[in-house]
Design a protein around this ligand. Structure first.
Ligand code: SAM
Length: 174
């Protein structure tokens, strides 16, 4: 089981970005996104509607206290931050934990991340040491974790499915 925890959501500032983190998490193979900060029905709704149309059971769930979920997490906690150790240094080790069946909690921040997160994480991991985006960091991490296999994943009960083609757009409805 792979969960993503998105810290510090702000309704006005992060509406689209937190939804995008959820959609990236789902598309790249995570099972659920928790988010803390402001509760936002739009985020939960957007993610739910995508799962309804495009399949699978991924959802976004609000958590009142990020501290509680991080402290109680049974499994590995990986915090993505530009200040951490390079992805390439730790990804094989993390993959080995995942293959043994351990749960992973992948934590991404917002504007300012509490210093405690750095202490509670098993890994503080950087996807380059340049500042960019939580959505990009998450996508690259999951892609390296799954070694690209998530790119071929099909979702169960999908009502909508794309038929890939070189040009044009084709949607199949089930
Ligand atoms: N100073 C922040 C940091 O610690 O990475 C950058 C803030 S950025 C607006 C929001 C989130 O994007 C961060 O909390 C982190 O999860 C993710 N992020 C941004 N750049 C990253 C990088 N180079 N490596 C890993 N995660 C990154």
């Amino acid at each position: 089981m792979i969960a993503v925890l998105r810290l510090g959501h702000r309704v006005e500032r992060d509406k689209r970005l937190t939804s995008h983190v959820g959609l990236v998490a789902r598309a790249f193979g995570a099972d659920i996104m928790y988010y803390s900060g402001d509760r936002d029905a739009t985020v939960e709704q957007t993610v739910l509607e995508v799962s309804r149309s495009w399949g699978g059971s991924f959802k976004a769930e609000y958590v009142g206290s990020w501290r509680t979920i991080v402290k109680r997490w049974e499994g590995l906690k990986i915090h993505l931050t530009m200040y951490g150790i390079p992805l390439k240094q730790a990804v094989e080790e993390i993959r080995a934990h995942h293959k043994k069946g351990e749960n992973l909690l992948v934590i991404v921040g917002g504007e300012k991340v509490d210093a405690e997160v750095f202490r509670l994480a098993d890994y503080n991991l950087s996807i380059t040491s340049q500042p960019h985006s939580e959505a990009a960091a998450l996508a690259v991490f999951l892609d390296w974790l799954f070694e690209g296999e998530e790119l071929d994943r099909a979702f169960s009960d999908a009502r909508l499915q794309v038929e890939p083609m070189a040009r044009g757009k084709k949607l199949v409805r089930h």
